[in-house]
Design a protein. Structure first.
Length: 538
């Protein structure tokens, strides 16, 4: 796909960094099920997976084009680029997609605005050799929002509108309530003019709801970006009552089409650097940090099972203004976000975008001590994880206090920190069958702690093995609220399945303990409680 895409609607511009991998193959071979929206990469059979007329889409495979890749640089766009052409056939009609970037392993193209709606097949030709045909679904509207990391999650490809410039929204230059901002995506629908020439500015007919931290924003423009065919931009005012945080969720819900993926905007009261004062992990994205966690996880009530877990990470973030990690960048209380990634998150696959910008730090061997004994944990790929014990056989978190110590490693010196048990959460839902279009109300109560000092985390989703993908939603609420409703716009991103999961956990509103060590700017530690149930998503 594109090595980069430049958005030149203002002198400041905006670059979207997109991953590029290269390989080699004599014949073009398209990967089935991998014709996806260029912004969010949603698999075709997931909600939001079809490709919209006039949108940018991506093909994956091998032998698809030249090495190194080649990008279209001027209008008019052609139906062939560096020997690569793409045909889309449906309803007895064949149209030519417009390639904008071609390489051996990935190709970016524009789905023509006149492509028939419905089931289509896509074939690629490179230097006269035809690929296999793959299936796709074309719809009128299916919006994906771009993120700065190119993966469709985290800090949005979004600009703050100022009188003389359009700076990229960031932790150091956030938006403020009432300010107009511009977010970029693809999939609003057919353009106002031909796809092969510079786009005509103007609002496209698709109506939409724009949600910023769950609050509805007022739109001022939604149409093509003048720079780039297939690229859409949506201008809106930040709601006056939007949450103030570095990771406020932004989602667009078209009237005709699935809700978009969720990306983040940074918002502060005065436009100065944002803070995550209500996020216990907010400090974990500043310089060199260490984080230590003890987790008591309870299985479905019918099983009576629970597990005691340990996790720790030591990281260096060199790009602080755009720093992001799903674990550290929790949504503010009263809001939800969602993540789509490879593998099964529920069986150990890492969450997307977990790698810090400056890499991980070596803290040597860690030791966890409780009344049940001690356990040593070594780093695996920069992370420290261990199953400490299981209920009914060898529980480890047996009550009282716990000590975590580090012997010191190449990057981090020795340290020691003491933790106590986390408050326990008991929760319920009306039914284990979740109707996604109706939302999901979760109720809970807290024992063993002050609920007003706790952050409730509601998470869930499911994994689809055939796609090797997981859709996960994460919501936060004040512990004292006692209930929270996950909105339909978030739930309808989750594929329907009988094998889903919902979990509720409690976090202290501030880290339970802090620690210092040579080589770290800060260190914090927490005990967490987590309880899960199996559900069906309908």
């Amino acid at each position: 796909m594109w090595a980069f895409m430049r958005i030149s609607t203002a002198p400041a511009g905006l670059c979207l960094a997109l991953a590029l991998s290269l390989g080699a193959s004599a014949q073009p071979l398209l990967t089935e099920g991998r014709a996806v929206n260029a912004a969010d990469y949603t698999p075709p059979d997931f909600p939001g997976g079809p490709i919209a007329q006039g949108s940018l889409f991506v093909l994956f495979g091998s032998g698809l084009g030249p090495t190194p890749g080649k990008q279209a640089t001027a209008f008019p766009l052609g139906t062939a680029l560096a020997g690569v052409s793409i045909k889309v056939t449906g309803g007895g009609t064949t149209v030519n997609a417009l390639p904008v970037y071609v390489s051996d392993a990935q190709v970016n193209a524009i789905m023509p605005s006149n492509t028939p709606i419905g089931a289509v097949t896509i074939t690629l030709t490179y230097q006269g050799a035809d690929s296999n045909a793959i299936d796709a679904q074309v719809v009128k509207t299916d919006l994906g929002l771009f993120a700065l990391n190119g993966g469709g999650l985290g800090p949005a490809a979004l600009q703050n509108f100022l009188p003389s410039s359009l700076p990229i929204n960031s932790r150091t230059q956030p938006a403020k309530p009432g300010q107009t901002v511009i977010v970029y995506g693809t999939g609003l629908g057919a353009g106002l003019n031909a796809d092969n020439v510079a786009p005509q500015a103007g609002n496209l007919p698709e109506n939409m709801t724009i949600l910023v931290g769950g609050k509805q924003a007022k739109k001022s423009y939604s149409g093509r970006s003048p720079c780039c065919s297939g690229l859409d931009q949506i201008a809106f005012a930040v709601p006056a009552d939007a949450p103030l945080s570095c990771s406020v969720p932004v989602q667009v819900v078209p009237a005709d089409g699935a809700p978009s993926n969720v990306v983040n905007i940074a918002i502060s009261a005065d436009g100065g650097p944002c803070t995550d004062a209500a996020n216990p992990f907010g400090q974990g994205l500043k310089g060199k940090t260490g984080a230590v966690f003890l987790v008591h996880a309870s299985g479905p009530p019918s099983t009576g099972l629970s597990a005691d877990l340990f996790a720790a990470g030591f990281r260096r973030d060199t790009d602080a203004q755009f720093a992001f990690s799903p674990f550290y960048s929790l949504p503010p209380a009263g809001t939800c976000t969602e993540y789509l990634g490879n593998g099964n998150f529920f069986t150990g696959a890492p969450l997307p975008a977990m790698t810090p910008s400056g890499g991980t730090l070596d803290a040597g061997t860690l030791t966890v001590t409780s009344g049940a004994g001690s356990d040593t944990v070594k780093s695996a790929g920069g992370l420290y994880t261990a199953l400490l014990g299981v209920s009914g056989s060898s529980p480890f978190l047996t009550g009282g206090s716990y000590k975590v110590s580090g012997a010191g490693g190449a990057d981090v010196g020795p340290f020691s920190v003491t933790l106590a048990d986390a408050p326990v959460v008991a929760w319920s839902i009306t039914s284990n069958t979740v109707t996604r279009s109706s939302g999901l109300t979760v109720k809970w109560n807290v024992s063993g702690g002050d609920a007003s000092k706790q952050l409730a985390i509601i998470a869930g989703g499911n994994a689809i093995p055939v796609d090797n993908s997981t859709e996960l939603f994460v919501c936060a609420a004040n512990g004292a609220d006692g209930s929270f409703t996950v909105p339909p716009s978030i739930l309808t991103r989750v594929p329907a399945t009988s094998q889903g999961m919902v979990a509720v956990g409690l976090l202290p509103a501030a880290p339970q303990a802090t620690f210092t060590a040579t080589g770290l700017d800060s260190g914090f530690a927490d005990s967490l409680s987590l309880s899960l149930q199996f559900v069906s998503f309908k």
